[in-house]
Design a protein around this ligand. Structure first.
Ligand code: NAD
Length: 430
């Protein structure tokens, strides 16, 4: 049983027959499981050159190519050569029969071009965005649809694998840009990752997931969470650092720990975050400043220090946990939304500055995630939050964690300055 009772009940055929729609149980990654649980259908528009590399990637992962009919686990269309309205007709001709064949938790992935100066081509590039976001709202049974916008010489392997895999269970209706960057292994073996706010909730799931995929995790949280933090460090085989990230010497202490114990950091995950909700009309300076200090100021200070002192490796990945509240705004959360929107602004400004060093900076914006916080919401608010997305359920902490893991891989360097929502294509802020 999950804590989503309606989803559990809806699996029962008797309840389903009463007219309760079945809420899909999403396929999630299990170590050793195949990339896809069935064949994949791959196509290309015009003289697109990526169908070959995608087929090779799938073959390497043991995925068979689909025959002329039958269910498929994934549909991949290379539309990077689409330039004209006629090319869009080709996209529709390919996708219409293809989506009918998509099985449960299936994946529709479209690769699109960066819009250039040609006006029709730019319109067509943007049209793919509309097609994919709409298809994401149409596909059923836990299937997702996403668009990867591919620059020339982009390193797409890591992102294609993620978006096709069960790791991206709750990433839906997203548009992600990928630029040049070398592919790398589909794990985090040998990488050192710092996770702030790792004692519980999403941060603990990130620590577990990164460690499962081979990373050595430095789990950071406030001294008051010391016992839970030690538990996370023990089970992940990493180190624990009791640290209030807002302390004036926080960046120095993190540095000292990294230098002494690990020598460097490859993945910096800014997950620690707090809420102090109040309507703007009743907002107090302490609530305002507390939220900005943890959620934004500490991240800026730690990033600045890591970059200045060259502790981030040359495949360094900074991953910041934002929120859909930072995109859509939320009643009672001017402080929180300011901090999370601020994180997005920080990511977009920093990414181009450090790209030349091989370092990427991205934000992950969770929507409704099943945590202690959401379990405590009044029933009506909780049910509303859970259902207003294309997958009709909340995500799990592991869904955020898997997305962080993808962005933390050495082979994900082509993805930078992006905001990836982990929200099941929530209507909030869409
Ligand atoms: P949580 O409250 O369960 O955990 C946050 C952790 O951060 C705690 O262990 C806490 O001790 C730690 N922390 C707080 N202040 C700290 C400080 N000054 N120094 C070091 N550690 C500190 O929260 P969660 O639900 O797991 O959320 C994790 C992140 O995801 C946050 O940034 C949150 O804003 C974001 N988020 C959560 C949701 C959701 O649905 N739960 C949705 C969107 C975004």
């Amino acid at each position: 049983m999950s804590n989503d009772t309606l989803r559990d009940l809806s699996q029962n055929p008797l309840v389903h027959r009463l007219g309760v729609p079945r809420i899909p149980v999403l396929r999630r990654h299990a170590p050793g499981a195949p990339l896809l649980d069935g064949p994949a259908l791959v196509g290309a528009v015009g003289d697109g050159t990526l169908a070959g590399p995608v087929r090779a990637l799938l073959a390497e992962a043991g995925v068979a190519e689909a025959g002329a009919d039958g269910k498929v686990a994934a549909v991949v269309l290379d539309a990077t050569a689409a330039r004209t309205i006629d090319d869009l007709a080709t996209v529709q001709e390919f996708l219409t029969p293809a989506v009918r064949r998509l099985g449960p938790s299936g994946r529709l992935l479209v690769l699109g071009p960066e819009p250039g100066a040609d006006v029709e081509a730019a319109a067509v590039a943007q049209a793919l965005d509309g097609i994919v976001r709409s298809a994401a709202k149409e596909v059923r049974a836990g299937a997702t649809a996403n668009l990867l916008v591919v620059a020339p010489d982009a390193g797409i392997g890591s992102s294609v694998r993620f978006l096709l895999s069960a790791r991206s269970a709750y990433v839906d209706g997203q548009v992600v840009h990928v630029g040049p960057g070398a592919d790398g292994p589909d794990d985090l073996a040998g990488r050192v990752a710092v996770v702030t706010g790792a004692a519980r909730g999403i941060g603990a799931a990130i620590a577990d997931t990164l460690a499962r995929d081979g990373a050595t995790v430095v789990a950071v949280d406030v001294p008051g969470a010391g016992e839970a933090l030690a538990g996370v460090a023990n089970r992940t085989g990493g180190t624990a650092l009791q640290l209030d990230i807002t302390a004036p010497d926080a960046a120095d202490r993190l540095h000292a720990h990294l230098r002494e114990r690990h020598g460097r950091v490859d993945v910096m995950v800014h997950n620690a975050g707090i809420t102090r909700d109040k309507l703007l009309a009743n907002m107090t300076a302490d609530r305002w400043n507390a939220v900005l200090a943890v959620n934004l100021r500490a991240q800026l200070a730690i990033n600045g220090a890591l970059l200045d002192e060259d502790l981030l490796s040359d495949t360094g990945r900074i991953v910041c946990v934002a929120s859909t509240s930072g995109i859509a705004g939320n009643r009672g959360q001017t402080n929180y939304a300011a901090s999370k929107a601020g994180v997005i602004g920080m990511v977009r400004a920093l990414a181009p500055q450090v790209r030349g060093r091989g370092i990427s900076v991205n934000a992950v914006a969770p929507g409704f995630i099943e945590t202690e916080m959401t379990a405590r919401m009044p029933l009506g608010t909780r049910e509303g939050g859970r259902r207003i997305n294309s997958l009709r359920q909340g995500g799990l902490p592991v869904d955020v964690a898997e997305t962080v893991g993808w962005l933390g891989r050495a082979g994900s360097g082509g993805v930078t300055g992006q905001v990836v929502r982990v929200c099941g294509q929530s209507m909030i802020g869409a």
